[in-house]
Design a protein around this ligand. Structure first.
Ligand SMILES: *[C@@H]1O[C@H](CO)[C@@H](O)[C@H](O)[C@H]1NC(C)=O
Ligand SMILES: *[C@@H]1O[C@H](CO)[C@@H](O)[C@H](O)[C@H]1NC(C)=O
Length: 295
């Protein structure tokens, strides 16, 4: 990710106020991993800090999987990570970037990258858990090789909606339908996590293709450890994080999708979506209510 000059950040906020640049990347200055994150899985050999901690590699080898988590919890915000996925033969590996409240009846927002053999496409699976209930998987192919360069994977999460984005393209929107009695992640602060692990029982071609340890170590590379979100401190955060002055992500421009974003989302759905729980009639004999409420 390119360094953003402080004036760029100001420009970004101005753009948001004007409402015309709603999906501009509003990234803060790059910070080192240790400022916001800590290692939660694997040894020092599994989480390698490079470039003064501005770049981090997660390593999966036969000794261990690997992972990290944010030190703080957040309620609403723009949570993003720049990731270059495991190159070449990544079959059987799963790279996860997600948020979770880790509570009973937990809320969770997931990006899961399912590896593949050399030259075959990754699948990006997303899911939303609200009040402990998930089962909302969607799967897409990406329109670029995610192992060749860093790309940003992010969510804009506010009291009205959750937008999953790949670079500046929205790939999924989950609306707050609490008015219709459906749960929505709006009261439980979440920590940010990432991990790289062996998921070969299910990840690649439905589990048919196993991980080949001859090709270890498997390495995913991360940048962009700043967090632009409302940090949870105590129960007072429940109210303060939901107000518009807690951050630009709560502004009117982000409470709905503008027409440009809608057409990008439609482009993804029409060209890259390979699975949507909303149309899986084998799995759900009645269409889930959050699907029928989608406009
Ligand atoms: C892996 O490649 C196969 C063959 O192109 C494809 O069917 C599958 O969707 C790809 N992705 C995963 C994660 O299995
Ligand atoms: C694993 O990779 C090695 C080296 O590329 C190859 O010789 C072997 O056939 C692979 N194993 C499987 C089960 O595909």
């Amino acid at each position: 990710m390119a360094r953003l000059h402080p004036s760029m950040v100001a420009m970004c906020i101005a753009g948001v106020v004007l409402g015309s640049l709603s999906f501009l990347q509003c990234s803060a200055q790059p910070v080192a991993f240790d400022q916001n994150y800590l290692v939660t899985g694997g040894t020092d050999n599994n989480v390698k800090k490079l470039d003064g901690g501005k770049t981090v590699q997660l390593v999966l080898n036969q000794d261990s999987a690997s992972g990290f988590a944010s030190k703080s919890k957040y309620l609403f915000g723009h949570i993003s990570m720049s990731i270059k996925l495991v190159p070449d033969d990544s079959a059987g590996t799963v790279t996860a970037f997600y948020m979770s409240s880790e509570s009973p009846n937990h809320d969770e927002l997931d990006f899961e990258f399912l590896g593949n053999s050399s030259g075959e496409p990754y699948i990006l699976q997303t899911n939303v858990f609200a009040s402990g209930i998930g089962n909302r998987e969607q799967r897409i192919y990406l329109w670029f090789d995610p192992t060749a360069d860093f790309h940003s994977y992010s969510v804009i999460w506010n009291p009205q909606q959750i937008i999953f984005k790949v670079d500046d393209v929205p790939i999924r929107v989950f609306k707050n339908n609490q008015a219709s009695g459906l749960p929505y992640p709006s009261t439980q602060p979440m920590r940010i996590f990432s991990s790289l692990w062996n998921g070969d029982s299910w990840a690649t071609r439905g589990g048919l293709q196993k991980l080949n340890w001859t090709h270890a170590p498997f390495i995913a590379t991360y940048q962009g450890f700043s967090v632009d979100a409302c940090q949870w401190s105590d129960s007072g955060s429940l109210e303060s994080c939901a107000t518009s002055n807690s951050g630009w992500w709560n502004n009117a421009a982000f409470q709905t999708l503008d027409s440009d974003s809608q057409s990008k989302l439609k482009w993804v759905q029409q060209n890259y979506m390979i699975y949507d729980y909303c149309t899986d009639t084998k799995r759900f004999t009645t269409t889930p209510t959050d699907c029928t409420l989608r406009s």
